[in-house]
Each structure stands twice: as C-alpha cells, then as structure tokens.
Design a protein around this ligand. Structure first.
Ligand SMILES: [Zn+2]
Length: 229
C-alpha cells in the first residue's frame, strides 16, 4: 500500500483535535502539527529557528516555503513510513500547491477529511461552556453541568462565559475559517484529491466518527491501489 497523507479539516469546535488523537492511535501514524513544529524549531535556536522566532515576534506569517521545508523534513523520519496526519495545514492555496507537488514526487497519496458540524451546533456547544472566575474550573452545560445552575461546584462562585466562547466571537471565527478554507478545498477538488465530508456531530460520538474515517480511508486506499473506479 502506498503511503497515506490524511489531511484533517474542521472548524474550531468541530472536534478535529480529538479525531487527530484517536486516528493517530488506531492508524499507527504520527500526527504532524505545523504549529508544534514551528515552536519546537524556535526552541532549538538554530538559524531557521531564529528566523522563525523573528517573524513570529512581530506577528508575521512564516513563509509557505519555510513551513513546507519543515514538513518535508519531518515526513522523511522513519515513523512516517506508513503515512501521517496533517491538521491545521495547508492553510492557503499556495501551501496546498507546494504540498501536493512534494507528495506526488514521493508517491504519497492524499485523502482529505472535512469534519462538518452545523454552525448552530458549534455555537451552542461553545456557548454552553462556562468557567469559574475564581478557580478556573470549566463546565459544559450539556456534558458536565455544575450541580447548581451557573454556580461553581468547588467554591460557589458565579460562572462566566469566556470571551472566546461568546456567540459573536464564535461566529466571527467560523466566518474566518470559511473564508480561509473554501479556496483550499476548491484547489484539492480541482486536482482530484478525494474529499470526504464527515458528520462531526454524528450520534456515535468521537469513537464512531473515528471508525467512519478509518473505513473511508480503507475505501480510498483500496481504490487507489486497485486502480479501478
Ligand atoms: Zn470555582
């Protein structure tokens, strides 16, 4: 079987991080986070690390070529023999183009999974989160509600909604995600990368969703190695 690159797409609150973790375990391939890679490089303080640190300090964007070079270096490691999972990358059409060329030249096939969750559900999920301003405890009104409504179980403080979870902020983040993602998805479609929409709020929960993604990967890799459509 050829090496697989699984790209996970999903809005904030779609459960993408949870899926990356579950799939890393069950597929036995590493999860490559470009954010972590950049931070690690900065800590190493070599020439590239210092360059990246300088860019991040002024709030700039690390050039696509640099990120791609890091990804290329990372996927040469032996733990990527069977494949790897990318999340949070590629973010732009240019990054997607460079990545596609790079993987093609190495015989790696790409499968893209788009975790879709109705935005009203995401807004409700995030809007249902509460935090205790005194001890920092987090609650979810649907999954882990406090014993007394809106009051911290540990110290009786009145719970608050974090700024990040406010409905208007969440709506803005979701819009930004759409603006950023749509052209990248269009690009992958145009070069015939298999794109699977997966219901990120399916009744089976995170484990059921991971199972669904695994069966889609099998279907895709079977089709690719069989060469029959
Ligand atoms: Zn508390």
């Amino acid at each position: 079987m050829s090496r697989l690159c699984l790209i996970l797409f999903g809005a904030p609150g779609s459960g993408k991080g949870t899926q990356a973790k579950l799939l890393r375990q069950s597929l036995g391939v590493p999860h490559i986070s470009t954010g972590d890679m950049l931070r690690e490089r900065v800590e190493r303080q070599d020439a590239l690390g210092l360059q990246v640190a300088g860019i991040l300090q002024v709030g700039g964007l690390v050039p696509d070529e640099t990120v791609n070079a890091l990804v290329n270096e990372r996927i040469q490691q032996p733990d990527c023999d069977k494949g790897f999972i990318l999340d949070g990358y590629p973010r732009t059409v240019n990054q997607a183009k460079i990545l596609t060329g790079l993987l093609e030249s190495q015989g790696v096939s790409i499968t893209l999974v788009h975790l879709k969750v109705d935005y009203n559900v995401i807004v409700a999920r995030l809007a249902g989160r509460r935090q205790c301003p005194a001890c920092g405890a987090l609650y979810s009104l649907s999954a882990s509600a406090p014993t007394v409504s809106e009051v911290c179980d540990y110290d009786g403080s009145k719970l608050v909604i974090r700024d990040d979870d406010r409905e208007d902020v969440v709506t803005e983040r979701l819009k930004a995600y759409d603006r950023q993602t749509t052209p990248v998805l269009e690009y992958f479609k145009s070069v015939d990368v298999p794109i699977w929409d997966v219901d990120g709020a399916a009744p089976g929960g995170p484990l059921g969703i991971a199972k669904r993604i695994r069966s889609l990967i099998e279907e895709t890799t079977g089709r690719l190695s069989g060469g029959v459509n």
